[in-house]
Design a protein around this ligand. Structure first.
Ligand code: AMP
Length: 464
């Protein structure tokens, strides 16, 4: 026991709970690989400027939530609060061919008030596609997020969309919004009464009743889009209709970060509390490359928080098809090297295998095998040692049935070597177990005792 605890707002993921996270990452990887996205790994910390200039020095993410530090060499660094600015920095640094299509899985660090579904370190999977402003890419990105979440089994999803304009039309719109808010500032919530002028768009995102009332009559960006942005957005909407992806237009979806332009989107799980129900979101960031000192290069991406996705899955009763635990657990009652030898043989053949240590009793080893969720316990006792056999005890009744059927065929096709006596083998199979321990004998009534060589071959074949 230690008095140390994980820091506030962070969570330890232990096995087997961590398998759910691993499952999400695996499924994300397979899903995005279908669309030809490749993995990018970039540092967990960056030069502070990457976020200040990329994400924006007035965004809350930068002003309030960033973990900043000075390293021993006096460099100003920050733990990454989100993935896009880092990926764009890497893109600009290495100049890979475009379109550059990358996926990532990484922790994000945000100094927020911890609560259910909101952590100071959470884990994101995300995509970035850099190098074109074709609305077809907007469709690709949005549909990948939506289809991935749906493929997990989530049903109660809502996709919201907005277009924030670009450098042509947004400045004029911001002026309109600015004058409207200036006139109405005394009616805003306490925070925005003081801060509205720093980032007027942010007021549209505020959920406080005072701001909600005021923003209803505020000018809306989609009424002030230039023809290019309008066409871009309409093309995307038509493509989403064709792809049968349902969406809602949301004038207030501004997403808080300065780099967003044109398309922004967010997927919420309506099964979660509304304050923390975003399971993924993103948008276009056609100006980000310029902000980081690179050439003008458009891009679009999204990130999804794994903890939130898991919460949504729990709420909706989604069960992942997880099959954890080893296939085989070796129980060694004679000590020596047998357990080590056998586990290694199976592992080298690609069969997941575990064993116990410390020469424990049969009962204790069987209990361990059970806890490990192994399907098969393989017992090597004195009797087995003497007649060079292994005893197979199925811990999973389903598997036992399947193995019995498999064994009949296997014995027929088993290549009989000079030392093998097929009739003895057939009589071996199906023998019932009569071990020392009553409890376990009753629990696993059927076991097979097979010659070692054949048992190993049969097990390898069965689990292949
Ligand atoms: P954002 O860049 O804020 O849109 O974040 C992308 C996704 O990460 C969100 O849609 C959430 O699923 C998740 N997320 C953001 N902040 C947190 C947090 N503090 N704790 C857990 N998940 C988060």
């Amino acid at each position: 026991m230690t008095s140390f605890q994980s820091p506030s707002g962070t969570k330890d993921w232990l096995y087997p709970e961590s398998e759910h996270m691993a499952y999400l990452v695996e499924s994300f990887k397979s899903h995005v690989e279908l669309a030809n996205y490749g993995l990018i790994l970039s540092p967990m910390f960056e030069d502070l400027g990457v976020f200040v200039r990329g994400v924006g020095d007035v965004s809350e993410l930068v002003t309030k939530e960033m973990y900043e530090f000075v390293d021993k060499g006096g460099r100003k660094l920050a733990l990454r609060p989100e993935g896009t600015a880092s990926v764009m920095r890497a893109f600009l640094q290495h100049n890979p061919p475009v379109p550059f299509k990358a996926w990532y899985v990484a922790p994000s660090f945000r100094y927020e008030r911890p609560q259910a579904g909101r952590y100071r370190q959470h884990h994101q999977v995300g995509l970035e596609a850099i190098g074109t402003d074709d609305p077809g890419l907007d469709l690709e990105i949005i549909s990948i997020l939506f289809d991935w979440l749906t493929s997990l089994g989530l049903g109660n999803l809502s996709l919201k969309l907005n277009c924030l304009g670009d450098t042509n039309c947004r400045p004029a719109y911001l002026e309109l919004l600015y004058s409207y808010l200036e006139k109405n500032q005394k009616f805003l919530c306490k925070e925005h009464m003081e801060r509205w002028s720093v980032n007027p768009l942010r007021v549209l995102d505020c959920k406080k009743p005072e701001c909600v009332a005021i923003k209803e009559d505020a000018p809306k960006i989609n009424k002030h889009l230039c023809p290019d942005c309008k066409l871009h957005f309409e093309t995307l909407l038509a493509a989403l209709d064709t792809a049968e992806i349902p969406y809602l237009l949301d004038d207030y979806l501004v997403r808080g970060l300065d780099y967003y332009m044109r398309t922004t989107f967010e997927v919420a799980s309506l099964s979660l509390e509304s304050a923390q129900n975003a399971v993924g979101g993103g948008g276009r960031y056609d100006n980000l490359a310029l902000a980081l000192g690179g050439n003008n290069t458009p891009g679009i991406g999204f990130a999804s928080g794994l903890e939130r996705v898991l919460l949504a899955c729990e709420k909706e009763g989604v069960v992942f098809p997880l099959d954890y635990g080893p296939s085989v657990f070796v129980i060694d009652l004679i000590g020596g090297h047998k357990a080590g030898e056998l586990t290694m043989t199976f592992r080298r053949a690609g069969v997941a295998c575990d064993r116990s240590f410390d020469n424990r009793s049969l009962k204790s080893q069987l209990r361990q095998a059970d806890k490990s969720r192994a399907k098969l316990a393989l017992i090597v006792g004195e009797r087995e040692k003497q007649n060079n056999s292994l005893q197979l005890k199925w811990l999973d009744a389903n598997m036992r049935e399947r193995f019995s059927a498999f064994l009949a065929d296997f014995l027929d096709s088993y290549v009989v070597s000079e030392s093998d006596d097929l009739s003895t083998m057939k009589s071996y199979s199906g023998k019932s177990y009569s071990g020392e321990n009553k409890d376990y004998t009753e629990q696993y009534q059927i076991s097979n005792t097979l010659p070692t060589d054949m048992a190993i071959r049969a097990i390898k074949e069965f689990f292949k």
